[in-house]
Design a protein around this ligand. Sequence first.
Ligand code: PLP
Length: 388
Amino acid sequence: MKETTKILHSIPVDELTGSISTPIHQTSTFVQIEPGVHKGYDYARSNSPTRKVLEDLIAKLENGTNGYAFASGLAAIDAVVKLLSTGDEIIAVDDIYGGAFRLFTHVYQKFGITVKYVDATNAENVAANISSKTKLIWIESPTNPTLKISDIEEISKIANANKILLCVDNTFASPAAQKPIELGADIVIHSATKYLAGHSDLIAGLVITKTEELGAKIKFIQNASGGILAPFDSWLVIRGIETLPLRIKQHSDNAQKIAEFLQTQDLIKNVYYPGLPSHTNHHIAKKQQKYFGGVISFDLKIDEKDYAIEFVKNTKYFKLAESLGGVKSLICLPCEMTHKSIPFEKRYEAGVTDSLIRLSVGLEDVDDLIQDLKSALNTIKNKLLINS
Ligand SMILES: *Cc1c(COP(=O)(O)O)cnc(C)c1O
């Protein structure tokens, strides 16, 4: 069975009614036959039938044994960190998602969990930083916003050899494009807010494990900490996943064309997109990803914030907003939005210049999107003329 068929047909038809759409079990509790005897469900924090359909579906999609759904991507990340104990160390990719950085550094450090941030685009940097305290390696690939690529298979070999867990945040690629567990990862997490739900209409997170044993630990934490996803939002994520392969293919086709267009523009300095042969780790992206995804970043030759602001204010279809992965295109200026809290020098080191612009390429017709970017570039040209 091919993947798209597998996705659609691993969502079960409701046994009781034949409903082809998963029923939303909007209930907190389940009536018991005798004390402790029930139909597999007792209290909806512990187990919920609608959430269970999503959890089984994402486990299949990522080729893991178990899946768990949380109220946000960060709640999913939080559940994975809770596998650790005081004195343990995390090695994390240096341009990690800002929210994960905040959680690791400003919440867990005070409980005695330390974090080392390394440039994981070269797997040797990960190996060189391992100590006897290292218990978790945390990778994102591609990263946000400069789309850096790390070799998941190489890093998983290092993790396995040292008996360290490897967790991959697979939000940017999605399982339609990349399957970290097949590449050797132990755990995958998602902000399902992005491509999995795909319509910019909810916040959700997922954890998928490679083994039943790890799954049982995450399940325990999910129930103990309680950051679960509600039935209706679980249903929306299931519905989003039904069209995931189709959407990722189109997001990626559109993004490839836009990245190639941006590369030909005089005003633009760097274009960051894993699908471009000019991308530093294009060969690794090609090896581990089926599609290159819908996110592109680029910066301007005139590295002045005013010009970048002019650009992002003048697109019509690319709406100015944080987040990504929805059917409608978004544009964002990381230095003023997602990456504002990072000190100037650290930000520049990571390539997040004052003129770096991030696009989440949606499913509009690509010709309209390119036209939109052309006219925004023209507003910069005009501004340059006026100022010259
Ligand atoms: C958005 C995002 C998160 C956080 O997810 P939320 O659903 O917003 O809590 C984590 N990792 C990556 C890569 C993200 O883009």
